[in-house]
Design a protein around this ligand. Structure first.
Ligand code: HEC
Length: 124
């Protein structure tokens, strides 16, 4: 009886350990995919680093690293990405909700490169 309980505890511990490792491994993939999405869907206007491309600057895109943009909540960033704003197109039909959330996190990380690194390590 005692031995089987001990085994169960050990097994639960092992399962937790494995799931933690699995979670840590999804971090880099998510971040890598949000970088790729940003490059293909957003960089033509916002530039690869969020500063604004030549095309974007002609449309007066804000610097995504600026306090004005960074002060927006994640939900507000996701809202702009999904529905567009001014001359920015909406992306709700071309991106999944998860991708939009990831991009909101990515926009936030542009301001703070350390966050991007933490995102890669899966602790974000
Ligand atoms: C065709 C050009 C274009 C593309 C592509 C584009 N944007 Fe924008 N974006 C804009 C413009 C223009 C604005 C300024 C809108 C305004 O304030 O009127 C803007 C504003 C923003 C803002 C700031 C919103 C605010 O309220 O200040 C964020 C965040 C943003 N874009 C993220 C993204 C992301 C993420 C993508 C890719 C999914 C993207 N944009 C793709 C043109 C673009």
């Amino acid at each position: 009886m005692f031995a089987s309980m001990l085994l169960m505890v050990l097994f639960a511990g092992l399962a937790l350990f494995v799931s933690l490792i699995a979670r840590a491994n999804t971090g880099p993939e998510n971040t890598a995919s949000s970088i790729a999405t940003f490059r293909t869907k957003c960089a033509m206007c916002h530039g690869p680093d969020g500063r604004g491309s030549a095309v974007g600057n002609r449309m007066n895109v804000p610097d995504l690293r600026s306090p004005a943009v960074q002060k927006l909540a994640d939900a507000q960033l996701a809202q702009v990405i999904a529905h567009g704003k001014g001359r920015m197109p909406s992306f709700e039909n071309s991106l999944s909700e998860d991708q939009i959330q990831e991009l909101a996190t990515y926009v936030r990380s542009l301001h703070h490169p350390a966050l991007l690194v933490r995102g890669r390590e899966g602790t974000l």
